[in-house]
Write a protein that binds this ligand. Sequence first.
Ligand code: 5AD
Ligand code: SF4
Length: 485
Amino acid sequence: MSLQIDYEKELDALDLAAQPPQEEPKRQYYYLKKCRMLVAKMSEELGRPLTASTVTFGCQMNARDSEKLAGMLEKIGYQMVEGEEADFVIYNTCTVRENANLRVYGRLGVLHNQKKKNPHMLIALCGCMMQEPDVVEKLKKSYRFVDLIFGTHNIYKFAELLSARLESNDMIIDIWKDTDQIVEDLPVERKYSFKSGVNIMFGCNNFCSYCIVPYVRGRERSREPKDIIREIERLVEDGVVEVMLLGQNVNSYGKNLEQPMTFAQLLQEAEKIEGLKRIRFMTSHPKDLSDELIEVMAKSEKICHHMHLPLQSGSSRILKIMNRRYTKEQYLELTEKLRRAIPDISLTTDIIVGFPGETEEDFEETLDVVRKVRYDSAFTFIYSKRTGTPAAAMEDQVPEEVIKPRFDRLLKEVQKISKEMSSRMTGQTVPVLVEEINDHDSSLVTGRLDNNLLVHFKGDASLIGKIVDVHLDECKGFYYMGTMR
Ligand code: 5AD
Ligand code: SF4
């Protein structure tokens, strides 16, 4: 028997003349049906189908949320398109650094001009940036042309909010501060047929002193393991071979469940799913990374040998002010332990340069960790002051002219090491998940190694979604050229 939900049957069973059901997700099925009717009417008047597009900023969490929005938009009857030329454009925003916010305001100006030419156009904003009260105030005052604003806690209510907008001409705003609700079983439209993100938890309780995430994504909530496993089983039945388990801090998964469970135990459950070939996860916090997890990873046939382990700073003094709850030495010990247990593991990281009070000596400590750990790749960020976080109020903010040269020095070091590390598998034959036809040369396909690097090799579209053995002929800096075996 199929595990998939028959949404058409669910929608058929609902009577729009009756009151909307109170329980979820039935209530949202009702509004999906209602929006479908309203959109069909608009489309008939216009004599063409209506198009919609989601534009995603930020992290994998947001990318997954956009797939949920796309799933609902499709059920409503929109034709999904890429880019911003659409009848309905949704910006799913990020606010982790200030320049992400500035980009959204800039692009809203462009959308406004488009809307003047297409009076049927709708614009929605959602995601992390909308959880900031100042942002919503600014939008209310100066961006009246936006139709719909919602946040990170209520995206499951998208159809209900859209229906409210379609039946009135008001700007609809619905932002929740936090929630303990997790609504399952809504339609999702995946970007890739063969791989998918799976949320295992929402929110974050860590309060690193620079970070706005706990304020915009709320307190930590884990999904029930049975719901996660059921979702993965459905995905596998639908052709998925690789999942990425998503959470702000996956290592503390399950602590608040009625029947507590560790992340390592969840991984072992996922491992048992027949047909699932690869398991990835993101993001790990060093302070919660357990020996149990390392052991499970080392033994596993399916968990990829890749760990994204944000360092943020190599200075124990700065780490303390960042509220990271580990020292330089503890971090180094942890990476050594990982390499001992899983010798071919690929380590990647996030590093912030210019945190308040960072001295040249502190920065040297960061460089020292980079040289000792030898990351496969590292995302480097210039510290961005986020209003409301403890670090924003710290007095000794580092001037830009001090940060910029440090940032350049770090980047140079990171890239040099990353290039050396990337080439270490040259000559090996390894399993590769084929993802797409190569952008530049259609006789080639692009596949992903277990350690997240890409390899290009001769092949055709029939290979997409398959795992094949590829000989890594030559490393070209950050990717390989290979030959299928
Ligand atoms: N400034 C710069 N970088 C930040 N990050 C989080 N908050 C900030 C900030 N205020 C970085 C961290 C995190 C990544 C997702 O973004 O390195 O791991
Ligand atoms: Fe992701 Fe954080 Fe950005 Fe939100 S603020 S999109 S959780 S990186």
